[in-house]
Design a protein around this ligand. Structure first.
Ligand code: ADP
Length: 398
């Protein structure tokens, strides 16, 4: 199995991301994306990085099937196609059907399609990616790895909304969480790096990218998380508001004379860091602007950190103690200012930042950025593609 190659696919409606792993190295042999799919433009671009070199080509036709065909041609040309032993697919929503990754058969594919109503923007593309691969590569094992699966261990009191129970029973209205592959991966890494007991640990993992969520992990299982039924709930994000007063929908709809769908779009696309700063959804841009005196950018960064710290306190509750706080994702791994401001709010939980370690992202200190007497705060780079490759290999018996 050590020589086997696994293809990892993240099929979206407008892009297809791919990575190819030989399972004896976390470093992808080849990775890249096809973007501008499904647009009016009759061409898309396939770009990839291999051996440290970036290359690209234009694909004739521009849907997901065309992109996959072009990818497989590329892999054939490079002599890699025959070595692929399985394909792992990122699937956004597994509803209550999937507690873990699965080898895809007809029943699993049917369930993935049934989850389309829970993730109408993502699951159709995920299902299509699986079907196209089955067609192009008959007999190749396909594995589905779900963003929601890790959170299926949450207890009912954590995942139910205080709504009429029939909404859960009849329509699946509940909190499902997201970024599960990342939370699980960095929690496992933290246990290894900090030499914690695999059967007895209590962590909060903060995945901070364009989308953000934090999770309480008890002994390897998610017991609560900030994201809800949709990716809008919870932390402040790049363009998403996170938690708001549910009555705002009606208020804004009446005040601005717009429909509910437009309010939802505003909360998803024009809010969060972008909405507050009126400048950017990008944390790096905001940190730079704040340093140069832009007050609204500074406010957005502060608001982001305040809300994150508040959620971390809430997530510590079901854990009963906190062995470590893990920062990951583009912001968590790189934005020192965010970690600094967040930990400054967390004295109650015993956190004290070591500024020198924070400045180097804990790189020379096993990820640790807290002082010796502090509760442990650690920076761990996520690698969702690698986690999917590993699950895929495990499921095909590697
Ligand atoms: P995605 O969720 O799309 O995978 P990423 O995990 O790549 O996103 O995170 C993107 C976010 O990380 C952006 O807000 C970006 O500004 C932020 N980021 C990346 N590098 C830095 C940095 N050096 N300082 C501050 N923020 C950073």
């Amino acid at each position: 199995m050590a020589e086997s190659i696994v293809l990892v696919l993240n099929s979206g409606s407008s892009s297809l991301k791919f990575s190819l792993f030989c399972l004896n190295s976390q470093q992808a042999l080849l990775s890249g994306l096809a973007d501008r799919l499904g647009q009016d433009d009759p061409e898309a671009t396939l770009s990839w990085k291999a051996d440290g070199q970036k290359q690209s080509l234009t694909i004739a036709g521009a849907d997901q099937a065309d992109a996959l065909k072009a990818l497989l041609n590329l892999l054939k040309e490079r002599g890699m196609a025959d070595k692929i032993k399985a394909c792992g697919h990122r699937v956004v929503h597994g509803g209550e059907y999937f507690y873990e990754s699965v080898l895809v058969d007809d029943l699993a594919l049917d369930k993935i399609k049934r989850c389309i109503e829970l993730a109408p923007l993502h699951n159709p593309a995920n299902a299509l990616g699986i079907e196209e691969m089955q067609r192009l590569f008959p007999g190749l094992p396909q594995v589905a790895v779900f963003d929601t699966a890790f959170h299926q261990s949450m207890p009912k009191e954590a995942y139910l909304y205080a709504l009429p129970y029939e909404l859960y029973r009849d329509h699946g209205v509940r909190r499902y969480g997201a970024h599960g592959t990342s939370h699980k991966y960095v929690a496992q890494q933290a246990v290894k790096q900090l030499a914690l007991d695999p059967d007895n640990h209590a962590l909060v993992t903060a995945h901070l990218g364009n989308g953000c969520s934090a999770t309480a992990v008890l002994n390897g299982h998610s017991v609560d998380t900030t994201m809800g039924m949709t990716p809008l709930e919870g932390l402040v994000m790049g363009t998403r508001s996170g938690d708001i007063d549910p009555s705002l929908h009606q208020f804004l709809s009446e005040k601005l004379n717009i429909g509910i769908a437009d309010v939802t779009a505003m909360l998803n696309k024009k809010s969060g860091l972008l909405g507050v700063s009126e400048l950017s959804n990008d944390m790096r841009t905001l940190c730079d602007a704040a340093e140069q005196g832009n007050e609204q950018a500074d406010l957005a960064v502060h608001l982001f950190c305040y809300r994150l710290a508040k959620s971390i306190c809430a997530l510590a509750m079901p854990l009963g103690r906190l062995d470590a706080l893990v920062f990951t994702g583009g912001i968590g791994e790189n934005a020192l200012r965010v970690r600094e401001l967040t930990l400054a709010h967390l004295k109650l939980l015993g956190f004290e930042l070591d500024p020198a370690l924070n400045a180097t992202h804990g790189r020379d200190n096993n990820g640790l950025i807290s002082t010796a007497t502090s509760s442990k705060a650690v920076v761990i780079a996520t690698n969702e593609e690698w986690a999917i490759a590993q699950d895929t290999a495990r499921l095909i018996g590697g």
